[in-house]
Design a protein around this ligand. Structure first.
Ligand SMILES: NC(=O)C1=CN([C@@H]2O[C@H](COP(=O)(O)OP(=O)(O)OC[C@H]3O[C@@H](n4cnc5c(N)ncnc54)[C@H](OP(=O)(O)O)[C@@H]3O)[C@@H](O)[C@H]2O)C=CC1
Ligand SMILES: O=C(O)[C@@H]1CCC=N1
Length: 271
């Protein structure tokens, strides 16, 4: 089985580890390098995996996943520079960091070292993630297949040109947060209308689950499904008029532009 080292045991690092563990990836083939010792121990205990240093984790791993914040990537690359990254193992660097171009990794690795950049999202924790992957200059179709195999165990995988990854980040990388925000807002509004919090939460959660399943499975577009709920002169039309008046579409346009631009800025070369 592919030996995977996850560098950075934060939110997305844990989502990947948990998703892989749930999908049956053997614990002995997963290792985490997390700089905060209590957190490292927590992950080791929760998933029965080894927690160690960056260099030790990378040494002997087939795939080294970089799951630290963009600002911490360069420090990790310095640590990796101390390891004899082993061409015989056909090692591969997979970066989950928003914005950081594959060229930045390649410039700090031995010549020709393969790098694949990925934008995942947290629902991979429950096997329902979606990841977009893009090959760096030296990554082959086989390397992309390896990454598809890993991420395919925890959700869907799409392949895009690297230039599109900042847009992907705005849509699906950050996307779960928009959905959770909508859930929060609907629950609060339900409570405002007199429902108990527990009832409002149950209604909203299952509405999101059911609507998502229809989007995924019905073969109808979002627009068609929305029209089906919107009876002429009815309650949905009244609600949607208010959402449009509140500038929902413009807000989403501006929000995704801001996220795309922030991703690009995170990847700008350090001064
Ligand atoms: N969260 C998400 O939904 C998504 C995140 N990403 C990307 O994933 C990356 C991580 O994000 P996220 O998980 O949210 O961030 P977190 O801050 O939750 O996780 C990063 C972890 O890496 C640790 N770390 C930092 N430097 C090192 C190091 N040198 N060696 C070992 N561990 C280190 C951090 O420790 P400490 O806290 O002490 O700094 C932290 O625990 C980012 O680049 C982000 O762009 C991509 C898609 C989705
Ligand atoms: O907020 C962030 O920067 C990261 C990238 C995508 C989701 N979380």
């Amino acid at each position: 089985m592919t030996r995977i080292a996850v560098i950075g045991g934060g939110r997305i690092g844990e989502a990947l580890i948990a998703g892989l563990a749930k999908a049956g990836h053997a614990a002995k083939d997963l290792v985490v390098a997390e700089q905060y010792p209590p957190r490292a121990q927590e992950l080791a205990g929760r998933y029965g995996i080894r927690a160690t240093t960056v260099a030790d984790a990378a040494d002997g791993a087939h795939v080294v996943v970089i799951a630290v914040k963009p600002a911490d990537v360069d420090a990790v690359m310095v640590e990796l520079g101390k390891v004899d990254l082993d061409g015989d193992l056909e090692q591969l660097i997979v970066s989950l960091a928003a914005g950081i171009p594959t060229a930045r990794f390649e410039s700090k690795l031995p010549a020709g070292f393969p790098v694949v950049r990925v934008m995942p999202n947290t629902p991979m924790l429950v096997g329902e993630g979606v990841s977009a992957i893009a090959a760096g200059r030296y990554a082959t179709a086989e390397h992309l297949d390896t990454v598809r195999g890993i991420l395919g165990a925890v959700g869907q995988v799409v392949t895009v040109p690297e230039a599109q990854l900042d847009a992907v980040t705005a849509v699906s990388g950050s996307g779960p947060a928009y959905v959770f925000l909508v859930a929060e807002a609907m629950i609060e509004s339900g409570v405002g209308l007199g429902l108990t919090r527990a009832t409002a939460t149950e209604l909203v959660v299952q509405t999101l689950v059911g609507s998502s399943a229809m989007l995924a499975e019905s073969g109808s577009t979002a627009n068609e499904l929305r029209a089906d709920v919107t009876s002429p002169g009815g309650t949905t039309a009244a609600a949607i008029r208010e959402l449009e008046r509140g500038g929902l579409r413009t807000a989403f346009n501006e929000a995704l532009l801001a996220a795309r631009d922030r991703s690009a800025a995170l990847g700008a070369a350090p001064e």
